[in-house]
Ligand binder design. Structure first.
Ligand SMILES: [Zn+2]
Length: 59
């Protein structure tokens, strides 16, 4: 069964699912701010991970 990214709602192969490491709690918090019902264990796709990671970075 394919993986549906909880933050962009795109369906993709499960191999593209990315679980945010606990060491990157700031990214977890940022995703939760936008998606309050998101659960860490559900993961996000690599694209969303990169997106939120980049948001953390100052201009
Ligand atoms: Zn996504």
């Amino acid at each position: 069964m394919d993986f549906v990214c909880p933050t962009c709602n795109k369906q993709m192969p499960r191999s593209l699912q990315f679980i945010v490491p606990h060491t990157e709690e700031h990214i977890v918090n940022e995703i939760k701010k936008k998606h309050p019902s998101w659960v860490e264990a559900n993961g996000v796709c690599k694209k969303c991970y990169d997106f939120y990671k980049n948001q953390m970075r100052p201009e």
